[in-house]
Design a protein around this ligand. Structure first.
Ligand code: TTP
Length: 410
């Protein structure tokens, strides 16, 4: 069976982290999101087919041509938007047997795939989808079921409870006939959920497998922090491959990669993951649920908590980084601080595609893109985004979002 992974989307809600790259290669707990998908599909498939379009060269470079010894084939998405279009793009590559199709930007675990494959085979179904029960389905499509069959997929049913569609499917090649008949949706996309409804209307057997494990749909920046916290809490093993100087304190579990040096006076409370060839300390405080990538520098008098710092980025002197995400190749000037809490203690709101959204989080700091250079003593308000390639001059107060490649001087 082949595994088709949908990774052609623009990931606009994840700007600025997707300003110059597809979201599936963003690293969480120091691994690209798509790696977790590949790992969980691996036992069930003999080849991966990745559907690409937006910034595809970067994706292909990051992933290479095999995973665990199994080939990865890339196919370009056909013209048009949407998950049905993305799946249709794999038509020439899946052969004549059933295949798994998965959104490349979700995190789920192997039990879900096991359950889905066994339900599909037991029921000799035409299609199967993975579902999970939620109290509030306003962000999801609702799966209406009767017995072991899916009756309908309803878009945005509002604040009702029930099964949500998780974006993991098994199809037979006949799905392509139904995709061809799938109309454009109201939001201008060809959606695989509409294809499923067509299949059901025509009497095809569409079944579902309930999943009770952890699942996260990485749509918005704070989903990266949630996933990072989950992975560090549940998967991290204490392992020190780098050098820890005398006088540094490490409270397990902490993973420190080869070539990384932790200098005296550093105080690290796990779970914390640090990549290779990074320089940590002296005299810094790294608190739980922090991932720091390769070739990073966290210097003197710096405190970091609950944050993601991607490869080649630095918080070198007198910085506070809380509940924040810093992309690759970015640098904080001395004394630059991220605020992560509103004075009124309300949830932090973030502008997503031009609209303010409640993150549902009490604490959320800055979302800083790639290649951002920030001067000394910059203060960044909670939930503010700094676009990739921007330069923020010394002493600036970042109280609104900064577009990519801008110059902000006070
Ligand atoms: P979405 O999260 O709906 O779309 P997106 O990734 O473009 O993000 P945004 O809405 O923030 O711009 O996509 C769900 C999955 O389907 C995701 O894995 C990307 C993939 N996809 C494609 O492969 N092709 C497409 O045309 C679309 C819209 C999505």
């Amino acid at each position: 069976m082949k595994g088709v992974i949908l990774a052609a989307g623009k990931g606009e809600r994840l700007r600025p982290l997707t300003d110059d790259r597809p979201k599936v290669i963003l690293k969480v707990a120091n691994r690209p999101i798509i790696d977790y998908v590949l790992e969980n599909l691996d036992p069930f498939v003999d080849e991966f087919i990745v559907v690409v379009r937006y910034e595809k060269e970067k994706l292909i470079k990051a992933l290479g041509d095999e995973f665990n010894g199994k080939p990865i084939t890339y196919v370009e998405q056909l013209p048009g938007k949407g998950t049905a279009k993305a799946i249709e793009s794999a038509k020439g590559s899946v052969g004549d047997e059933e295949f798994i199709a998965v959104n490349g930007d979700i995190y789920f675990e192997i039990d879900g795939v096991k359950e889905l494959v066994s339900t599909f085979r037991k029921e000799k179904a035409d299609a199967a989808l993975l579902v999970k029960e939620f109290d509030d389905l306003s962000q999801f499509g609702k799966i209406e079921v009767e017995g072991n069959r899916v009756k309908a997929v309803l878009e945005k049913p509002g604040r009702v409870s029930g099964y949500a569609n998780l974006g993991v499917y098994i199809f037979r090649p006949e799905v392509f006939e139904f995709i061809e008949k799938t109309p454009l949706s109201e939001r201008g996309e060809y959606e695989i959920t509409d294809t499923l409804n067509l299949m059901i209307e025509e009497g095809k057997t569409v079944v579902y497998a309930p999943y009770s494990g952890y699942w996260n749909d990485i749509g918005r920046p704070w989903n990266l922090l949630e996933l990072n916290e989950y992975l560090l809490k549940t998967k991290l093993r204490h392992s020190i491959r780098g050098i820890v100087e005398e006088g540094a304190t490490i409270v397990p579990p902490v993973e420190i990669g080869e070539g990384t040096v932790v200098r005296s006076g550093a105080y690290i409370i796990g779970p914390v993951k640090i990549g290779k060839n990074s320089r940590i300390g002296p005299n810094c405080f790294i608190r739980p649920y922090t991932s720091i990538g390769d070739n990073c520098h966290v210097g003197n008098a710096v405190e970091i908590k609950n944050s993601i710092i991607m490869d080649n980025s630095n918080a070198p002197h007198l910085n506070y980084v809380g509940d924040s995400i810093i992309g690759e190749n970015s640098n904080l000037g001395a004394g630059t601080i991220t605020a992560n809490l509103r004075h009124d203690r309300g949830n932090v709101r973030v502008e997503i595609k031009g609209k303010l959204e409640d993150s549902g989080r009490h604490k959320l700091g800055a979302i800083i893109g790639h290649g951002v250079k920030i001067g000394i003593n910059v203060s960044i308000y909670p939930g503010r985004k700094i676009g990739s390639g921007s330069f923020i001059g010394p002493g600036a107060i970042v109280d609104r979002n900064v577009p990519p490649k801008s110059l902000l001087i006070v």
